[in-house]
Design a protein around this ligand. Structure first.
Ligand code: FAD
Length: 302
């Protein structure tokens, strides 16, 4: 079973998956090895492996995918971005992954490099994730000799963190249109950017369904146990953390109490998104297993 059918199967319980990134240092390498071992033990549905902006971690991402394939029974799902690369180059990389046995992809646009005002997109490159979805389908058909259906392609989607004047969550219409375009290009399911209020997830799903999106929308979550990380994620994603959550964590008498408070808030968020019908939860792990395992146990999911 590829991840394409996972969220449509009738088995009980939500899909559980984890995001990993390729390590940058020997210490990070050792941490990752422990994390993969600990997370593999709970038999997740897949590990997704990030791909550095503009392909900067191409080799290390492929190495990590190879390790997941050979050292664990867990399916690897390869992130892939298209911004800044020419189509032939992307095709070569995808072909090498298909040859290695990878069948699951997350097709992303990626972000132009920050702080490089002279940067220009590749003249023979792709500019949208929907084009990468089409390229992946075509390459899968060429390499696997089928209509490309043996390959699962997921895409990103964005609940955001904005509210209207009445305090209701608001989702950007462009992001819903982008998701519809990615579905039309052949995407099998979507994974959300992180969010902190389950009502944003519910609003995204409502708006997407109203626009004609029928593919499963998996909730992407981070454990809310580390206020420093939450602040860094605001800079990286632009999604605001509710101030009351930060105050609740900041006013804990010590780190362990802050952790316990964050864990309780995370359990509530997990339960809320499942109540809103999330078919799966994708955890951004930051290559650390403690918080996601505690969260899974405390939520009753493992
Ligand atoms: P697209 O879907 O192409 O959208 C790009 C922009 O165009 C958006 O603003 C969108 O609203 C607009 N747009 C597209 N189509 C339409 C349309 N039809 N109508 C109107 N507007 C449209 N980045 C990495 O570099 N490496 C990673 O490994 C990585 N992993 C990620 C994993 C997840 C789950 C998520 C949510 C994001 C990840 N990212 C990663 C970040 C991602 O590359 C950025 O968020 C990027 O800015 C947008 O990528 P996209 O695939 O959503 O782009």
């Amino acid at each position: 079973m590829t991840t394409a059918t996972l969220y449509r199967s009738t088995r009980p319980g939500p899909g559980i998956s984890f995001e990993l990134y390729p390590p940058r240092t020997p210490k990070g390498e050792a941490t990752l090895t422990r994390t993969v071992g600990a997370l593999a033990e709970i038999d997740p549905d897949y590990f997704s492996i990030t791909y550095g902006a503009s392909g900067s971690t191409r080799t290390t991402s492929r190495d990590l995918i190879g390790r997941i394939l050979t050292d664990t029974p867990i399916t690897p799902l390869a992130h892939l971005t298209c911004v800044g690369a020419c189509e032939d180059d992307l095709a070569e990389y995808v072909s090498s992954l298909l040859q290695a046995g990878v069948r699951d992809f997350l097709a992303l646009r990626g972000d132009p490099p920050a702080g490089q005002p002279d940067w220009r997109p590749h003249p023979e490159g792709l500019t949208r994730a929907s084009q990468l979805v089409q390229l992946l389908r075509r390459l899968a058909a060429e390499h696997l000799g089928t209509d490309g259906a043996d390959v699962s392609i997921s895409v990103a989607t964005y609940p955001g963190g904005s509210y209207d004047d009445a305090g209701r969550p608001v989702v950007a219409q462009d992001d819903v249109s982008a998701l519809l375009e990615k579905q039309a290009a052949g995407a099998d399911f979507a994974i959300t950017q992180l969010f902190y209020d389950a009502r944003h997830y519910a609003e995204l799903v409502r708006a997407a369904r109203a626009a004609g999106v029928h593919i499963p929308i998996v909730a992407g979550l981070i454990p809310l146990t580390d206020p420093g990380r939450l602040r860094r994620m605001v800079e990286l994603t632009g999604v605001a953390v509710p101030p009351e959550l930060l105050t609740h964590l900041d006013t804990a008498p010590d780190k362990e109490e802050a952790y316990r408070r964050g864990l309780a808030a995370s359990v509530q968020l997990v339960h809320d998104v499942l109540e809103h019908g999330a078919p799966g939860i994708h955890f951004y792990t930051f290559n650390s297993s403690r918080a996601v395992l505690d969260l899974l146990h405390a939520s009753g999911l493992r």
